[in-house]
Design a protein around this ligand. Structure first.
Ligand SMILES: Cc1ncc(C[n+]2csc(CCOP(=O)(O)OP(=O)(O)O)c2C)c(N)n1
Ligand SMILES: [Mg+2]
Length: 794
């Protein structure tokens, strides 16, 4: 039978079939490798191949992806994943060359392209096909996806960005999202969908619908069992903007190609968000290697899945159409098996090369040592018996052998120590590097510029200092933009951006809906594409809505890509002291413990805040900056060099010198502590007050210990719960800095109460540390030391 397709089209279809077969084979072999014990866990893209081949045809240079673990076929098809790399990640090969997505740091199926060069600078993103780095939490790709799409809108609407050709071609880029049917039940999905409809951004979301989320069927996941059905209200029409929504079956190659072509056109050209609901997908091998789907799928369903397997259907269609013969396709299948198997073997060989090199060096040492110590001979034999030895096996053997050698002056002791130290240093880089930026634009490398003042420097409201800082930043750099609730028209609830939308336009300073999680996602995506967003969370108390995405996505980005991607977004918020349960929170311990990887800046006033904004805008790292909610109307002098003034991170400031006790604090507490100083001086106590200014990084020069050397006493005070950020500061100073050596009194903390701050001035006074609390805490400490001079108060 002769097909009606052109030779070129036939070649493309056959090539797609070949790739589908290779991808399927990779899934099958991947699962086997896990069961052989060569990999720990496997999750694969089998059953989702065809739709991804169709999607790849419209994925152009400059486009971006934010997806999830089923997308191996897409990644193969756009040329951003090889079989070798696929297996390297399965084995957790900790090498960027072997696994460019994550250097073995992420489970298999977590895809990413390297968007940065070796120096940490952006590559030419317009020329590449880009994938932001996947994370495991379901639907957490959605907030970032919104930001990736939003960037296209900015590049198209802001003529000042036209020259950034390597970042965008006039905003013509689509942000492709993929998500599983069950994951659309998450709040983040709906929040991002709504925001994309409001913003009208080129976001093309594909829902891979296999009717299950692990064992839970669609009836439990989605109203009416269909995401496209329930989203019909989002469909645009002649008079109302909205989404374009398509449905298509995951086994229908021709229809899939048509739908993706149509979808691409409206999305790219008109910047209309699109949702493609790809139904009738299957999971030939079940959800993952953690279990088998025979446990929860009926026989009928399992049979249906076999019959509707997309590759089987694709094969039938190719033969039916006369595009190729069954024999030719069998030959392709055979070749696909061979190609995949050989890639697998090669990847395993590479994975083992370094491990074996270290191991054989160690083996030689242990062999010699075993001549004198039989126990070491046993350790060596145990190591030899391990079937697929890992780095840790050699390390365990080395450390246990060292314990045996340690009591003896054996000549091998030193070489063994050297082996351990060398391998530990390498492992430090392999498994623990890049939590923060290693580049020349690291926030720690920004050159500080002190504020300068003259006689004519005006005394203004704190918010005016910020406004001047933001105005200069927007003026200096067209990539800078700010958004958040009430940030646009009124210039934020405290007017830090007042008048700046009028001056710079809506593309630069803009309002958003009430949606903290996707406000941060919008920032992450825009920053990944080279812009410099300041994403505002109106109050620190509402950061909880965004903390998940900050923790899972933003904070881990540099680490999980081993420096392959960066998103220098500044998250601006205001908190600490004001009024009531949800406008006076200071949950700094929660924040510190969940967002390592993001700098946490806690300036005591708006001038310090401005200095930090200027620093961060010169760096390539993300930061959370907490302004003092009760400080916008306090008077501050506007520095003459507000545009250049930049504060260093991790450098404390001594607000008052003293000799008896060191009080370490930050943020709004600084003013209250300083107020208590007058009372303490009257009582004959001289306290030194230190504002840490940044919690992450924390006092990098260990200056607090220098102060304790003088006072021999320390109190950590803040507005967090007991054991919150005060405990963090104490651990840093006492343990990390080793200040315990210089203490004559036990270290103390002065936090707020365990409950949230009650409303009203009394609520504040009796919940958070007040001037009297500070006095009494310090006084009690001194009374303990010298009860004659400082008779007990109670
Ligand atoms: C926030 C979160 N909850 C639970 C999980 C565990 N989990 C991993 S995959 C999955 C099911 C996802 O189903 P679906 O979105 O339909 O994708 P599929 O695997 O079927 O392609 C679950 C519950 C997770 N990774 N993240
Ligand atoms: Mg599913």
């Amino acid at each position: 039978m002769i097909s009606g397709f052109s030779t070129k089209k036939i070649a493309a279809i056959v090539a797609d079939y070949k790739l589908a077969c290779e991808s399927r084979e990779a899934s099958i072999l991947g699962r086997k490798e896990v069961f052989m014990g060569k990999a720990k866990f496997g999750i694969f893209g089998d059953g989702k191949e065809l739709a991804q081949l169709a999607m790849a045809k419209v994925f152009r240079n400059g486009d971006h992806r934010a997806g999830y673990y089923r997308d191996q076929t897409l990644m193969f098809a756009i040329g951003e994943l090889t079989l070798l790399q696929y297996f390297a990640q399965l084995y957790a090969h900790p090498d960027v060359e072997a696994d460019p997505a994550s250097a073995g740091r992420l489970m298999n199926g977590h895809f990413a392209t390297r968007m940065l060069d070796e120096k940490g600078a952006f590559k030419n993103l317009s020329r590449n096909k880009n994938s932001s780095a996947d994370i495991s939490p379901t639907a957490a790709q959605m907030p970032r996806l919104l930001g990736l799409a939003y960037a296209s809108k900015l590049f198209r609407n802001n003529p000042e960005l036209a020259s950034y050709k390597e970042l965008s071609n006039n905003g013509n880029e689509i942000a492709f999202g993929t998500i599983g049917n069950a994951s659309t039940s998450e709040g983040m999905f709906f929040e991002a969908i709504n925001a994309a409809g409001v913003l009208q951004v080129p976001m093309l979301v594909s829902v891979w619908d296999d009717e299950y989320g692990i064992s839970v069927p669609k009836e439990y996941q989605t109203t009416k069992g269909s995401i496209s059905k329930i989203l019909t209200g989002f469909q645009r029409n002649e008079t109302e903007k909205g989404f374009e929504i398509f449905t298509v079956n995951g086994w229908d190659y021709q229809e899939l190609c048509k739908v993706y072509e149509k979808a691409e056109k409206v999305c790219r050209e008109e910047h209309v968000p699109v949702l493609i609901h790809v139904e009738q997908m299957t999971q030939p091998q079940g959800h993952s290697t953690s279990g088998s789907h025979e446990r929860y799928k009926s026989k009928e369903r399992l049979n249906w899945e076999v019959e509707h397997d997309c590759i089987r259907k694709f094969r039938e269609w190719i033969v039916e159409q006369g595009i190729s013969t069954s024999e030719e396709l069998s030959e392709i299948e055979k070749q696909a098996k061979a190609t995949t198997k050989s890639a697998k073997e090669q990847a395993w060989k590479y994975f083992n090369a370094d491990i074996q090199r270290d191991r054989s060096m160690l083996d030689q040492l242990l062999e010699t040592a075993s001549e004198s110590f039989a126990e070491i001979g046993e350790i060596r034999n145990e190591l030899k018996k391990v079937i697929n030895p890992l780095r840790m096996d050699s390390m365990v053997a080395a450390k246990r052998s060292l314990r045996i050698l340690s009591a003896h002056a054996h000549s091998l002791k030193q070489p063994l120590i050297e082996w351990i130290q060398k391998v530990e240093k390498e492992n430090e880089d392999l498994f623990s590097s890049h939590l923060y930026s290693n580049s020349e634009w690291s926030a720690l490398k920004v050159k500080p510029v002190p504020a300068t003042y003259s006689d004519s420097s005006p005394l203004v409201d704190g918010r005016e200092v910020l406004q001047a800082c933001f105005r200069e930043a927007l003026q200096r750099d067209p990539r800078v933009l700010a958004f958040g609730e009430d940030v646009g028209k009124i210039g934020d609830v405290n007017q830090g951006f007042a008048g700046l939308q009028a001056k710079f336009g809506e593309a630069r300073v803009t309002d958003t809906g009430i949606r903290e999680c996707t406000i941060v996602g919008q920032g992450i995506g825009a920053a990944l594409r080279g812009l410099r967003p300041i994403a505002e969370i109106q109050y620190l108390d509402y950061l909880l809505y965004a903390i998940q995405i900050m923790s899972d996505d933003l904070a881990s980005l540099q680490y999980r890509t081993k420096g392959g991607q960066k998103a220098p977004v500044i998250i601006r918020t205001r908190g600490h002291r004001l009024e009531g349960v949800w406008h006076a929170g200071s949950p700094m311990g929660m924040i510190l413990n969940s967002i390592r990887g993001i700098h946490v800046l806690v300036p005591r006033d708006m001038t310090q805040a401005a200095g930090f904004y200027n620093t961060m805008l010169q760096s390539d790292e993300p930061a959370l900056l907490v302004e003092c909610l009760n400080g916008y109307r306090l008077k501050e002098r506007l520095p003459d060099n507000i545009s250049e003034f930049s504060l260093p991170l991790g450098v404390i400031e001594v607000l008052k010198e003293g000799t008896d006790v060191t009080i370490v604090t930050y943020g709004s507490m600084c003013r209250i502590v300083m107020a208590a100083m007058v009372d303490l001086e009257k009582a004959g106590i001289s306290a030194e007050v230190i504002d840490v200014q940044t919690l992450l990084p924390f006092d990098i020069h260990h200056t607090i210990t220098e102060s304790i050397k003088k006072t021999n006493r320390v109190i950590f005070a803040d507005e967090d719960v007991p054991g919150g950020a005060t405990a963090f500061m104490m651990q840093q100073v006492i343990e990390v800095q080793g200040a315990f050596r210089y203490l004559d009194s036990p270290p103390r903390t002065l936090p707020a109460k365990e409950h949230r701050p009650a409303y009203g001035s009394d609520g504040d006074y009796f919940t958070k540390p007040n001037q009297e609390d500070i006095f009494e805490k310090v006084y009690a400490m001194m009374s303990e030391v010298d009860p004659i001079k400082f008779p007990p108060l109670y």
